[in-house]
Design a protein around this ligand. Structure first.
Ligand SMILES: Nc1nc2c(c(=O)[nH]1)N[C@H]1C(S)=C(S)[C@@H](COP(=O)(O)O)O[C@H]1N2
Ligand SMILES: [Mo]
Length: 507
């Protein structure tokens, strides 16, 4: 009896894998987010309690998504193994278990905020393929009980059935994934800005090795969002709607948006989940239309400073983000951006259009794949992160980060620099100080200021002597306010505290 359980469990795992792979391919052709993998993964993301999510982002960073999908896969395959293991005893029980699993995947897909009419189809495919494959595999692979009198397949045939199923799953899954991840070629011709920015002053980038470059290349720009699959928006189908408590709501297609006067702005964007010293920050030159202009066109006639008012923005993947209305109306030039460092927005960063709001963390001002901006009251509608207890006031805290020497590295003795970046969007940076070991605070040299909304590079020449050394850096903002030493975790309003680092100098 014992010898039947392992092969039967293997049949369960392979049947579920083939079913899931077939469903992934069907989803790629009909409704990609409804793939069982993506739909279940997205539901898990939305249902994950904030502390667990923070732990995952803190521990795995941008790899949080592969880790999530891997965990969901492990749980699913364990249950599939159970379904396989009981199959020789009870076909009803095994089939029932597979139907429950695929039924949950179907429910996950249908309940997504962006579900379309075919959302149920991939799960149905998974169910049919999974059940039929399990039936087929079990008769070929699992030794029969003597009473049944069926001659067993030779081992070679059994392995062939299992291997063939695995190979078919791999092929279908890879085909589906290939189709899903293939981006539409960006066919947007970016307009030239009506108000261009001059090229960056040379002094903004000090050119010191190891310090984050002043302009973050698009491919290195951090990516944070809840989308397992970055939406692949067809600009031809895309519209931006401005509505809510405005007299003249309107909507624009992509050509109309691109036809509006565009401005360029250098803005540093960072994530509220960034730990002190963390990597979730980047600086880019954005091209877009000031939100102020779009809201004015809607005939907005409210007190522009009323703190009870928000713009609830919505993305094509169903994300909702609350931004204070005042931040989208004042002179900071929050943008509906279509360009990033001279190209259209990369798919991962919100193609074809996103919000960028200087001075606010991304979760309250940087909606990607933007499609709707609704003027409303904070007490009338709540956004995704608000529902998960994050702060509504997402103003960026002043921070200095030590980029070089890299923490915990061994370096050679001699003349080097301690350096990094510091930011306090809207206020600017006036000073960065560094303390080595128990020495005095020393004032670092700053890169030129491009804009109060951009980070500044800084460095301090340092003669590295053998031994272990500790560094602390702290910034003072443009209003003369020293960065707080109080240590706060990212949740709920952004991390604070001074960045500390250490290296060992060896001779
Ligand atoms: N549609 C959508 N937009 C989003 C998010 C999201 O999850 N979905 N995350 C926000 C958060 S938390 C941040 S920090 C920024 C990150 O933008 P980036 O990935 O381009 O760096 O996007 C914001 N916009
Ligand atoms: Mo974020």
């Amino acid at each position: 009896m014992r010898s039947r359980i392992a092969p039967a469990a293997a049949c369960g795992v392979l049947a579920a894998t083939l079913g899931t792979a077939a469903a992934h391919l069907v989803a790629a052709l009909t409704s990609p987010p409804s793939s069982p993998v993506l739909a279940v993964g997205s539901q898990v993301i939305d249902a994950t309690p904030t502390p667990v999510k923070e732990w995952a982002v803190g521990t795995f960073g941008t790899a949080d998504k592969p880790v999530l999908i891997g965990s969901v896969a492990v749980v699913t395959l364990l249950l599939a193994a159970v379904a396989g293991a009981v199959r020789p005893r009870s076909r009803l029980l095994a089939t029932g278990l597979l139907l429950v699993l695929t039924g949950l995947a179907g429910a996950a897909a249908v309940l997504r905020p962006t579900a379309d009419t075919l959302a149920w189809l991939p799960a149905l495919v998974a169910a049919v393929v999974g059940v039929l494959t399990l039936d087929w595999l079990v008769t070929r692979v699992v030794p029969s009980e003597a009473a049944h009198g069926r001659p067993d397949q030779p081992t070679r045939r059994r392995l062939f059935a299992l291997g063939g199923t695995g190979a078919a799953a791999l092929a279908l899954g890879a085909a589906g994934q290939g189709l899903i991840s293939r981006s539409r070629p960006a066919t947007l011709a970016l307009p030239t800005p009506a108000t261009p920015l001059p090229p960056l002053a040379k002094g903004v980038d000090l050119g010191k090795a190891g310090i984050a470059p002043f302009v973050t290349p698009n491919r290195e720009f951090y990516r944070i969002d809840t989308a397992l699959l970055a939406p692949n928006v067809d600009p031809g189908d895309w519209r931006l709607t401005i509505d809510g408590d405005v007299p003249k709501g309107f909507s624009l297609d992509i050509d109309e948006l691109l036809g509006l006067p565009m401005v360029e702005r250098d803005i540093t964007l960072n994530c509220v989940s960034n730990e002190v010293g963390g990597p979730l920050i980047g600086n880019a030159r954005w091209l877009g239309v000031p939100t102020r202009e779009l809201l004015a066109r809607a005939g907005l006639d409210v007190d522009p400073k009323d703190p009870a008012l928000q713009v609830l923005s919505t993305s094509t993947d169903g994300m909702t983000i609350s931004t204070p209305l005042s931040a989208l109306l004042d002179d900071r030039d929050a943008l509906v951006a279509v360009g990033m460092n001279g190209t259209t927005l990369p798919r991962e960063h919100g193609f074809p259009a996103r919000l960028v709001t200087p001075g606010l963390y991304g979760f309250v001002g940087a909606t990607k794949w933007l499609t709707r901006m609704t003027v409303t009251r904070y007490d009338a509608a709540s956004a995704y992160w608000t529902d998960r207890d994050w702060a509504t006031d997402g103003r960026v805290h002043t921070q200095a980060r030590i980029d070089t020497p890299r923490a915990l590295r061994r370096i050679a003795p001699g003349r080097t620099v301690i350096g990094g970046v510091a930011w306090a969007q809207r206020r600017g940076i006036s000073k960065v100080e560094v303390r080595v070991d128990d020495g005095p605070w020393q004032r670092a040299t700053l890169g030129a200021e491009a804009d109060v909304d951009c980070w500044r590079q800084w460095f301090l020449p340092w003669n590295a002597t053998p031994g272990r050394h500790d560094f602390v850096a702290r910034a003072t903002d443009g209003d003369g306010q020293l960065q707080t030493q109080d240590i706060e975790a990212p949740f709920p309003a952004g991390a604070t505290g001074w960045h500390r680092s250490a290296v060992t100098v060896t001779d």
